[in-house]
Design a protein around this ligand. Sequence first.
Ligand code: HCA
Ligand code: CU
Length: 390
Amino acid sequence: MRTGISDFKIIESTLREGEQFVGASFTTQQKLEIARTLDEFGVEYIELTSPVVSPGSYEDIKAIVALGLRAKILTHIRCNKNDAAKALEIDLDGIDIVIGTSSFLRRFSHGKDIPQIIEAAVEVLSFIKDQRPELEVRFSTEDSFRSSWEDLFTVYKAVDEVGVDRVGVADTVGVATPFEVYTLVSKIKSFVRAEVEFHGHNDSGCAIANSYAALEAGATCIDTSVLGIGERNGITPLGGLIARLYALDPRLVGKYRLEVLRVLDQMVARWVGVDIPFNNYITGITAFTHKAGIHAKAILNEPQTYEILNPEAFGLSRYISVAHRLTGWHAIKWRAEQLGLELDERQIKEVTAHLKALADEKPPSLDDVDTLLKRWANGWKKEEEVHAEV
Ligand code: HCA
Ligand code: CU
């Protein structure tokens, strides 16, 4: 393997962070279907919206727990006893607690200073541990990268001493760079017993790279959502993280049913009212489309020349675009073979030249290519030559 990463877990937050996406308002049935499909894919954890959000959310958490999935079910709460008490009413596998530590959030959100944050954290953690010692608990600091790192270390040390299963680093505003993530996670790893989790927003396009940097630094849990949906432009997309890791070594993601990714992306896109972006990782319509003649020739000989992801591993297939002026005769030959037409190399090259000339007039369609190939196969070219000779 090209990487030190061996084991990691996905904390799938489509039903928590994803619900914070502007287009998301999942019905109970949709939540159940998303949870079931995430479980089929094989994510280790499914994080759900807080039970205090609404009576419906509370009931939906219970309904998802009742599915008896293999994935562990978590809920996400603020750092207070009231939220924790509500979560404790449900037979969950774990609770994720979050509190803001940046000066912005301390001043404009909850108004607590660091000693007060620690006091609240210890109180809530002890409350949960007293009642349900077997529950997995995570404590995370919102807006970690705009917080003083000294403050963060003080908070993480305090919660680690009380006993948490995971400490969470949250790039709430998508400001962190991979190097910063690597540095912060490495430092935290050096003094906590708990596992480290990373949650990264994508405002500046670094969510996947940052998640990867966190893993390289020793984090073992990454938050994702399907298509990356979440607040603003969202967080680390499940498919993007999978693509990143598969490209390093397919064995890293061998524990997941990769062909289910397409089902998840399509399902969530439909239910939040968006299209899957054309350039989406793995499931975008052009993700496995090859165009230039030089690429097509090499791909037809050996797909790995221009593909680091094998579409078949995801239940998808590659597409070679042949109808354009950048095409080459190998691509045209391949198309002729697909159509079951027998043309020799000279004929194929003639069709290619003809198509390129046509393409300079107007963009041809695949139908145009097929028509040309059929005409040549039926001797049309010969007839034309005959006409010319007359
Ligand atoms: C938010 C909170 C959060 C929490 C992340 C976490 C964030 O919606 O603002 O619990 O680790 O991005 O900080 O999603
Ligand atoms: Cu978030």
